[in-house]
Every structure is written in structure tokens, then in C-alpha cells.
Design a protein around this ligand. Structure first.
Ligand code: EPS
Length: 464
């Protein structure tokens, strides 16, 4: 007889007056966990199906759709608006609109930006999915209005026939079978990164409920590199220094050098790029998964960072420098300190963090450290050798109003897209339709992880 022929029982029972796991006001409890059932996820298209499978008979006991936290952006640089749709948010998530708008404002700043930022005041308007300041669990649609909207005006927004080397112009024009690069560049423009900052800062509202915090900054512009070392103890202080810096670099001397470099590039009608870094603190062990390459947190982060306009490389922890060291100089030794069981690493202390907080695609309790390389912006006032796509004659590339350096803005974008990926994997692991359920799931997991070993070690059983 089948062990489980039908969804005969609920996996967990929630009863009052037992072990309190959730917020004390709700007094939610999890009782009578059937350990013969395990949870697996099968990715179907863009949705995940959560299926509880009996480990004894292999039959599915319960099956229900579980929306993965996800987002999509729409909108052109000079269209009427940018629109962001976020799905899979737990109901009850408090949206800190001041925080979200402050991140959008920060993205607009940084020394070396062009004239556009004096026109726009990027702020979010919620169209759906919010009631009285909290996410309802329905798709959350956000609008950021473009003040400089002129896409259909051919005089103000003329066709572009001379592609800029380094931009999407040439490849996009051929791909969409047109000689007008405008069709491609309006969507490829880094204006779209405002959408990703909005999505990421919504995800950060979720992460902050679990005291998971992100800190992004500019590591370098051209050859002006700071050697600051952010860590759990000093990052808030560095954040203040970053916020006082015109280039978002938490180092006064380097900020001055970076501003000089940008000023010179402007005189030379040239552009400059640099390195940006993001550190995520206090993420518990086990977010992300080694079970499939698509579920690895570091892979998701790399995907998201490489998706930022003008990014050419992404590194986690020691990154490419791992190639120049032997194993014993790369891997972070493990020791246990019971007094630190309350930390995100649950007491499994690492004195170095070359891994950058991920091992096997999962968080290991150490800060997640991501570095991205942004190339110099492709729109040079002096132009670059190119061709007219209609006549095929050699011409200098076209000039569109642009930035001399947008590395500072890119640091804000990276901080937020990385946060979204952490939140996505966090939701994949803990799930829950509401914040209350999510919090209960997280507490229960941490409680179990701290109780390890939950069963007698196999070696002990073998001796008995
Ligand atoms: C940007 C808006 C754009 C550019 C820049 C980033 O606005 P506009 O083209 O109207 O000046 O300043 O876009 C690019 C650098 C690019 O590669 O397209 C913004 O809002 O960040």
C-alpha cells in the first residue's frame, strides 16, 4: 500500500501554547514536524513549484505554486516613465518609501554625471500591490516618471546613424534590422538602472527585517584606488565617509584624486570607469544552493552584476587573485566559538574571508563581498572612429548627452541588484506568503541549525 496515496496530512501543524517561534504577539508555533517529508523545488518556467515528497514512498504529498521573488523592468530613457514589476513579495512587508527614494536620489548623484540628473527627480509611485504602505503579496508595480520625455519628437530625439564603439548601437541596429541606433539605445541606456535600484531597495526593505544590510562604495576610478577594508565593525563608519564623498569613495584623499581624474577626462572630452564593491552583512548560513547551478547565490549575483550597463567583470571575495595563490593561501580556515553562536555564522568563525561569503553557491555566514568592473562610458564628446550605417563611410561616432563618469551611480546600482539576488535566494530558502510566516520559518531554521547535531552522528551509531 502506498505510504502516502493522497495529501493525507499537513506537514506542519500550527497550534497555540506550544514552542513560540514567530513574533510573540502572534505566538505561532510549529509542532509535530513529520521528518519523513522533505521539501523539494522544481523550477517550471519562471515559477517554482514547491512539492513535499515523502522520503519513505517518494509520493508527492502536497503541491502548491510558490512564486519566486522576481522583477522585470520596462521603459525607455526618454519615454514617459520607467515601470518595475516585482512578484513574490510576502504580504505585510513594510515599504520604506523614504529609503527607496533616497537610494534613487543617490543613484542620480556622484561627481562626473551629465545634465540629465538636473532634470529628473526620481521617485517611486506605487501603482499596484500596496495597501497602506505594506505589500499585499500581489504583483507590486512601480512607476518612476521621466521628466525628459520626448521619444516621439524627431527634432528633439533624432535618429542616430553613427554607432558609438562600446555601446549597444551597432549590434542592436543590425539585430533589429535598422540603421537608426536610437531604437536600441533608448532601452540600452543606463537610465534603466533607476528601475533596478527601485527593485533592489524594495528587496532591502525585506532583508532589513532580518538585520541583513548592504554597503556599496567606489573602490577606484581609473588608477585612484582606495585600500579601505569594510567589515562588520567599521562599515557604518565607512558609510558615513562614503556619503560625504563626491565620488562615493570612503576615503577623502582618494575622493580628491578621483575628482581630479574625472575633471581631466572632461577637459579631454573623454570618459573613465572603475571598480565598485558591495558588502552584505549578517546573512545566515545556507542561503543559495549547491544543488543546481541556477540556484547558486554567487551565480545569481554574477548574472545580476553583469546585467548592469557597462559592466565587464564581476568578482566574489578574492576573485581573480585566487589564480595566483596556492590553496592553503586561499581557503578560509574554520574554527568554532560557542560564544558567537548568535552571529550569522552560528559560531563557525573564519579569520579571513577570501571566499567572499559564499562556498558551494551558498552563504557561509561571512559577509558577501562582490566587486564589479565598470568600463568607461561609450559616449565620448570627442567621438571614436566609426561608420555611418547608411553610407558605410568612415565617421566619428555620434554624441548623445551623457556622463563623463558614472562609477558612483554604478556603486548604488550594484549594491541594490546584489541585494535583490540575496533576497531572492532568501525567499527561495525560507518561503512564506506573509512576513509573519517568513519570520517563523527563519527562526525555526536558525533554531534547528544551532541544535546540530539533530541526530546521533552516524559514526556513533555504527559503534553501538
Ligand atoms: C542616465 C540617463 C541618460 C544618460 C546615462 C544615464 O540620460 P540622457 O541620455 O538623457 O543624458 O545620462 O546613460 C548612459 C550613460 C548610457 O549609457 O546610456 C541615468 O539616468 O542614469
Amino acid at each position: 500500500m502506498a505510504h502516502h496515496s493522497a495529501p493525507a496530512r499537513v506537514w506542519t501543524q500550527v497550534q497555540p501554547d506550544s514552542r513560540t517561534l514567530g513574533p510573540s504577539s502572534a505566538r505561532l508555533v510549529v509542532d509535530d514536524v513529520d521528518t519523513s517529508l522533505q521539501q523539494t523545488k522544481i523550477i517550471v518556467g519562471r515559477e517554482a513549484l514547491a512539492t513535499k515528497v515523502c522520503t519513505t514512498c517518494g509520493n508527492a504529498v502536497l503541491s502548491f505554486p510558490m512564486p519566486t521573488l522576481n522583477y522585470q523592468t520596462a521603459g525607455e530613457s526618454h519615454g514617459p516613465a520607467l515601470v518595475i514589476t516585482i512578484t513574490g513579495l510576502p504580504a505585510g512587508l513594510l515599504l520604506d518609501t523614504d529609503f527607496i527614494n533616497a537610494e534613487l536620489r543617490r543613484r542620480q548623484g556622484g561627481y562626473g554625471r551629465g545634465g540629465r540628473q538636473r532634470i529628473e527627480t526620481d521617485t517611486v509611485e506605487y501603482l499596484t500591490g500596496v495597501r497602506r504602505g505594506k505589500a499585499t503579496g500581489a504583483p507590486l508595480v512601480i512607476k518612476i516618471a521621466n521628466k525628459d520625455s520626448r521619444l516621439d519628437d524627431l527634432e528633439k530625439t533624432p535618429p542616430v546613424y553613427r554607432p558609438r564603439p562600446g555601446h549597444a548601437d551597432l549590434a542592436g541596429s543590425v539585430k533589429w534590422l535598422t540603421t537608426d541606433c536610437r531604437e536600441t539605445l533608448e532601452r540600452a541606456s543606463a537610465r534603466e538602472t533607476a528601475s533596478r535600484v527601485a527593485a533592489g531597495s524594495v528587496a532591502r526593505c525585506l532583508l532589513r527585517e532580518f538585520e541583513i544590510e548592504a554597503f556599496g562604495f567606489v573602490r577606484s576610478i581609473l588608477d585612484a584606488v582606495t585600500d579601505v577594508h569594510p567589515g562588520v565593525d567599521n562599515w557604518r563608519d565607512l558609510r558615513e565617509r562614503r556619503d560625504a564623498s563626491d565620488t562615493y569613495c570612503p576615503d577623502e584623499n582618494m575622493t580628491a584624486r578621483q575628482c581630479d581624474i574625472i575633471r581631466q577626462a572632461k577637459i579631454d572630452k573623454d570618459t573613465v570607469g572603475g571598480l565598485v564593491e558591495c558588502h552584505i552583512f549578517n546573512c545566515p548560513i545556507g542561503v543559495g544552493s549547491s544543488m543546481d547551478w541556477t540556484t547558486k547565490l554567487d551565480a545569481r549575483i554574477a548574472y545580476a552584476v553583469m546585467g548592469i550597463q557597462a559592466f565587464k567583470a564581476v568578482e566574489i571575495g578574492l576573485g581573480k587573485d585566487c589564480a595566483f595563490r596556492v590553496g592553503s593561501q586561499v581557503h578560509d580556515p574554520i574554527r568554532y566559538e560557542a560564544a558567537k553562536r548568535g552571529d550569522s555564522h552560528l559560531g563557525f568563525v573564519r579569520d579571513s574571508n577570501n571566499a567572499g561569503g559564499t562556498e558551494g553557491g551558498m552563504t557561509n555566514g561571512m559577509p558577501i563581498v562582490v566587486r564589479g568592473t565598470m568600463k568607461p562610458i561609450a559616449t565620448l564628446l570627442r567621438g571614436m572612429p566609426s561608420v555611418d550605417l547608411n553610407t558605410k563611410e568612415s565617421q566619428q561616432s555620434a554624441y548623445e548627452r551623457s556622463d563623463v563618469c558614472a562609477v558612483s551611480a554604478a556603486s548604488v546600482v550594484m549594491e541594490n541588484v546584489v541585494s535583490f539576488e540575496v533576497a531572492r535566494c532568501f525567499m527561495d530558502k525560507f518561503g512564506g506568503d506573509s512576513m509573519m510566516e517568513l519570520k517563523s520559518n527563519v527562526s525555526k531554521y536558525l533554531e534547528l541549525a544551532r541544535l546540530l547535531p539533530l541526530e546521533p552522528p552516524v559514526a556513533t551509531l555504527a559503534r553501538e
